[in-house]
Design a protein around this ligand. Structure first.
Ligand code: AMP
Length: 297
């Protein structure tokens, strides 16, 4: 496994792959890797000649009162997991390497960023857009892999790639969960035992909603949101940041009080939640396709 700490080292490694006409699959992460990241790496491994993993905790996507300083890190363990997934190149830049000077260019994707994490974390997706654009320019991958755990991020990146004619295929990967349903996240290590137990309510409430919708597709968007909100309030001590039901991938609001079946005929919608347990903010979501029955996709 080739470990590159500078853009120069990485560019040389990439040039070598390009010279041999090899396809490059890219998985950008912030490290502290878990099975969710591993699933992206395995998918990239099966689709491409060369797999590039980046590990970079990007300061530009953290707000002033967020957890940049205490974001978990474990380089040694990350490298072992990367090797076990067949990664060829790991890019591990420092902040100075990525941002030698304060960047004066912004990447602002409008509309898809106006709700959910875009609303509660102002500037977050500008930081994501900037770092992902830089990484795409350095790595020049044919394919890049993103988890649907961050469904809004996927929508933002796809919009950016389309708007800027970036020559890369965005591959969506499903959410990987613990056996009890909790979506894997690097931040789960911060949960107290009590919060860890309560946090399963996020996925459980999404599952319960799916069962309800299968039986009763006359539910309205407001009723779905109220159902999830009530589950979280009843079963956890967490503080709700948002519970929303939106079109996907446009992430636009539902305009009326029609039933889910009428609002989204043959379309997809997302139910997304963000809840703070102490200082740890967790997100989860479920994507649904409306047809004869409302199915999870
Ligand atoms: P992060 O290191 O949290 O920035 O995540 C890097 C990539 O891994 C992103 O595309 C995430 O969506 C993806 N990812 C994180 N957690 C999971 C998970 N539980 N299942 C699938 N993908 C995930």
């Amino acid at each position: 496994m080739n470990i590159c700490r500078t853009k120069q080292q990485l560019r040389l490694a990439i040039r070598d792959a390009q010279k041999h006409q090899q396809t490059i699959g890219f998985v950008p992460t912030m490290g502290y890797l878990h099975e969710g990241h591993a699933s992206l790496l395995r998918e990239a491994r099966s689709d491409n000649d060369v797999v590039v993993l980046s590990i970079f905790v990007n300061p530009m996507q953290f707000g002033p009162n967020e957890d940049l300083d205490r974001y978990p890190r474990d380089e040694e363990r990350d490298l072992a997991l990367a090797a076990s997934c067949g990664v060829d190149i790991v890019f591990l830049p420092s902040v100075e390497e990525m941002y030698p000077k304060k960047p004066l260019t912004t990447i602002k994707v409008e509309e898809v960023t106006s709700r959910l994490c875009g609303a509660s974390r102002p500037g977050h997706f500008d930081g994501v857009g900037l770092v992902v654009s830089k990484l795409f320019n350095i790595v020049q991958p044919q394919r890049a892999y993103f988890g649907m755990k961050d469904a809004q991020q996927v929508a933002v990146i796809e919009q950016m790639v389309q708007d800027l004619d970036m020559n890369v295929d965005i591959v969506h990967c499903p959410i990987i969960r613990e056996p009890d349903g909790l979506a894997l996240s690097s931040r789960n290590v911060y949960l107290s035992a009590k919060h860890r137990m309560e946090a399963t309510t996020l996925s459980k409430s999404l599952n319960k909603l799916h069962h309800q919708l299968k039986d009763n597709n006359k539910m309205t968007s407001d009723e779905c949101v109220a159902f999830i909100t009530n589950e979280i309030i009843t079963n956890t001590s967490g503080e709700i940041d948002y519970v929303e039901l939106l079109h996907y991938p446009s992430l636009t609001a539902v305009q009326d009080r029609l039933s889910i079946a009428e609002s989204f005929e043959n379309q997809r919608f997302i139910v997304a939640v963000a809840v703070k347990f102490g200082t740890t903010r967790l997100i989860d979501n479920a994507l649904f396709q409306v047809g004869e029955v409302i199915e999870r996709v």
